[in-house]
Design a protein around this ligand. Structure first.
Ligand code: SF4
Length: 319
């Protein structure tokens, strides 16, 4: 939960999640829908899916007990070198050096590394230095100490070098480069996508929602059908095309419901939602792009996990 999310934001989710799934076994056996419901609001839903897949791996291959070797830990779904090193060193005392943003900052300043730290080659160099520095007898304490040094003393802005226990060996301190290290090449502009979604209703006021396939971004979450507005299209034209492609039906676009802005890690969206009517002579809609479609009552929307922008829309529709 703490990947990409602050402690104060994650804490209530953490407690609720543990109450709902108190053991590895209960998480492994849970319905995917319930896991995603418990995660809803935290974003980056692949973490929730990976967590459950890892619980299932532990249940199937490790008799339900969390493994205690680096190789077995890193083989779990969703666990990369950082988490594997942190867990294996802190929980099991294994000699693996952690490299996170704090460690990258400390080591690049300490050793005067001026290459772009967002490049894999630079990260590998920093990993090798961290491996050499690691205290083999107390790897967990060492890792936590370096991360803590980065979080509290060697901070991104105004590091407290006068209080720093390694200042006498620090290149950036000696050469007054603490402002320019670590070096990161300027980021490219984040792309923006205009998204349109349609709220189709039947005579009983049921609304049509669709389940995103597991292997897609936001997989396993529900949404209102729709998609990206392509170049040269109006929003209304895009919506008619998307619903024809996704559901196999022709719709007419009625009034606009709302416009919602949302930022993901690598792009931003503006989601425009419209009331839509399926034309009278059309066949039953089919899930052509999604896993399943469902007609549900507005008050049932709260029982289904939705991505954030869609959730804002459901809140308007439930009122
Ligand atoms: S001396 Fe300053 S720049 Fe160097 S590691 Fe310590 S806090 Fe960071």
């Amino acid at each position: 939960m703490l990947q990409q999310t602050r402690v104060d934001q994650a804490a209530p989710y953490y407690h609720r999640f543990l109450e709902r799934f108190p053991t590895i076994e209960s998480l492994a056996q849970a319905d995917r829908h319930d896991v995603l419901m418990a995660w809803e609001g935290l974003g980056y839903y692949s973490r929730a899916r990976n967590l459950q897949d890892a619980a299932r791996q532990i249940s199937d291959s490790h008799e339900g007990v969390f493994p205690d070797t680096y190789d077995a830990i890193i083989a779990l779904k969703g666990i990369g070198p950082y988490t594997a090193a942190a867990v294996s060193s802190i929980a099991f005392g294994l000699p693996h050096a952690v490299v996170d943003g704090n460690v990258i900052r400390v080591i690049s300043r300490l050793f005067g590394i001026r290459d772009d730290v967002s490049k894999n080659g630079t990260k590998n160099e920093i990993q090798q230095i961290a491996n050499l520095l690691l205290d083999q007898k107390r790897p967990g304490d060492f890792n936590q100490a370096v991360m803590e040094l980065g979080a509290t003393v060697c901070t991104p802005k105004n590091p407290v070098c006068m209080m720093c226990p390694v200042s006498t060996n620090c290149v950036a301190f000696r050469t007054a480069e603490t402002d320019s290290l670590p070096y990161k090449a300027p980021k490219k502009k984040v792309p923006h996508h205009q998204i349109v979604v349609g709220v189709c209703r039947d005579e009983e006021n049921n609304m049509l929602i669709a389940l995103r396939p597991e292997d897609m971004m936001l997989g396993g979450l529900w949404e209102f059908p729709g998609g990206k507005v392509e170049k040269g299209e109006t929003k209304e034209q895009a919506l008619v095309r998307e619903l024809r492609e996704e559901l196999g039906v022709m719709v007419s676009v009625a009034e606009k419901i709302t416009e919602i802005k949302h930022a993901y890690s690598h792009f931003k969206i503006t989601l425009s939602a419209y009331e839509c009517r399926i034309e009278p002579d059309q066949p039953e809609p089919k899930p052509r792009a999604s896993k399943v479609i469902k007609w549900i009552q507005p008050q049932e929307l709260k029982d289904y996990p939705f991505p954030k922008a869609n959730r804002k829309l459901t809140e308007l529709l439930i009122r």
